[in-house]
Design a protein around this ligand. Sequence first.
Ligand code: NAI
Ligand code: CS2
Length: 491
Amino acid sequence: MQRLALSTLPTASTDVVTLPAVDPRNLSTGLVHLGIGAFHRAHQAVYTELASAATGDDRWGIFAVTGRSANVVEQLAPQDGLYGVLTKSVERSTLHVVGAVREVISGGADQRSALAAIASPDVRVVTLTITEKGYPRTPDGGLALGTAAVTADVAAVRAALAGTGVPGPTGSSVGLLATGLAARFSAAADPISVVSCDNLPGNGTQLGRLVRELADAAGDDDFAGWLRQDVTFPSTMVDRIVPATTDQDRAEAAELLRLYDAGLVVAEPFGQWVIEDRFAADRPAWEQAGATLATEVAPYEKAKLRMLNGTHSLLAYLGALHGHRTIADAIADERLYDAARGLQREDAIPTLEAPPGVDLEAYGEQVLARFGNPYLRHTTVQVAMDGSQKLPIRLLDTAKDRLRAGATPHHCALAVAAWIVYVSRGRDTHGHELPLNDPLASVLRDRAAGSEEGLVDRMLGVREIFDDEIAGQDAFRDAVRDAAASLQRMR
Ligand code: NAI
Ligand code: CS2
């Protein structure tokens, strides 16, 4: 079968397969994306392509940078940057070929090109999806100074500011961004907007803090002043369920497209993007593609992280322990459905201010229905990964708010207990292995080893996850212990 490329594209769209909304050869590069994983391809890149098509503005071709794993370069470069988004629902599957990506490089292997792109005066926006663990931060959100990664980042920023040759390898993607901004400052210092699209509360504010603390560590006041003056870090709420692509997905897409697409991504029909309207320079007209520009993103972000992502994590750990391979299987289990709905209604909603025009209970029902889409094959194990990064954001902030209000967040406690048993047991009720994919995996394994007696106390003692406030709450600790004891009786 031929490979998807400009030369092999079908000649016309059908009601199932639609061709790129823009010809990538007509686009100039105006946007750099760091972390071109599945989500960027199914979310921001689609909005960017449709915005270009709606306005005829051809300045927003994407220069995409992968993380360490360069397999996306091998997936997209031979395809002229083209890839398909396979949208799957109960009704039907459709496939759209996206033409927004102009170039893909590996940030590790070709750092120099990545820095030059961020410094280019034609580039006026940088977006990021580098995962929660991609932000080198301490539990209180400060820069993780003293780590090997950040030490390398500081040296690279200094080298870019001094203009003495090519900066050495950066230790993190945030360091790569900061070094590229330093190169931009050292050149013409044009304004630029940097847009985090990761599942972090106040993602733009968090990213801006890390970049500014890197500038402070590099000791260049003029650069720090330019960052404050000419670089904005708007926050966003991003939403579209985009599971990792499987070979089965690629085979289904090949049937529809009659071409092999190594860069295929799979997604649900639903998508939402709420962006803080704070830009230092031009940007794609994303609102023309359905995005919402808002002065205040926090209510949307908090509702989504707590009602969708918190429930997702509960279903991931509880579902995996019960032997459910996918989120759809887990939500179809009435006991787990009730737990998910309880987390939304009894723990999360009381901590939220409804975004304008949003009925939070109806929003919660919609989220649970989206989880039930069996065609996505979103695995519990994929959502379970990086729990050390996700729990504080999605569940512990909710729990702390409820405890401060004098209530015990039993559903959050159940989710934490399920995570503890997932980590410690490492197997589901059928004996199948449950992988621990987490940046703190070795710490967690050490803590989980040993007797079940005291297990909860040992896990709640991991200060990178459970801060003094939550760890000091006896009511929460007791609720987690009770839930864990009941889960441990499950065999
Ligand atoms: P993915 O695994 O397909 O891609 C992750 C990207 O981040 C890759 O480019 C990888 O190289 C890079 N990366 C991984 N670890 C990194 C690190 N430590 N430092 C820098 N870069 C790193 O994952 P996907 O689906 O693209 O999701 C990425 C992020 O997007 C998520 O972590 C989340 O924050 C956000 N997101 C994902 C959604 C989804 O349903 N997949 C939906 C909403 C938000
Ligand atoms: C999921 C998210 O993998 C996970 O942690 O909870 O990627 C989720 O699919 C998205 O946030 C949905 O917008």
